[in-house]
Design a binder for this molecule. Structure first.
Ligand SMILES: [Ca+2]
Ligand SMILES: [Ca+2]
Length: 142
């Protein structure tokens, strides 16, 4: 899903080069974070949310721009291999493997499906759950 609305201080980026992966607490502080893909560099980036000052939950403004986030900038969550030409479809889910950190299912360009275990600051090593070629023509994931 292209995400042209995402406000960011890096104004040189063209709209539509980002895909939302998930809005869940990745870092473990019970405040939602924003995980997204940038097709500019084929990476996953993590924007950490700030707690709302009243009423609980996340301060939505902290997810609106890198500068307003808890970390003050978007952190690299996965360093490479996440171009749209690498990972055709992906779906961030709540925790699957029992460590309380959200995970990702990914449909690769070769038609395989991988499970990526999330970490608090970086993506873990994947497990291939459906082998090459089997899901080549799937149009949606999840
Ligand atoms: Ca968090
Ligand atoms: Ca997990």
């Amino acid at each position: 899903m292209p995400w042209p609305e995402l406000n960011d201080c890096e104004a040189s980026r063209a709209p539509g080069d980002r895909d939302l992966v998930s809005v869940q607490d990745v870092t473990g502080d019970n405040v939602a974070d924003l995980l997204y893909r940038t097709d500019v560099s084929g990476r996953l980036l993590l924007r950490t949310g700030k707690a709302a000052t009243s009423g609980g939950g996340v301060d939505l403004n902290s997810l609106g721009s890198a500068a307003a986030s808890a970390g003050g900038s978007d952190a690299e969550y996965a360093a490479s291999g996440w171009y749209r030409s690498d990972v055709r479809l992906m779906r961030g889910t709540p925790d699957v493997n029992g460590d309380k950190i959200p995970d990702i299912w990914a449909l690769m360009a070769d038609g395989s499906v991988r499970f990526y275990p999330g970490g608090k600051s970086s993506m873990g090593a994947p497990t291939t759950v459906i082998s090459t070629g089997n899901w080549t023509y799937k149009q949606a994931l999840g």
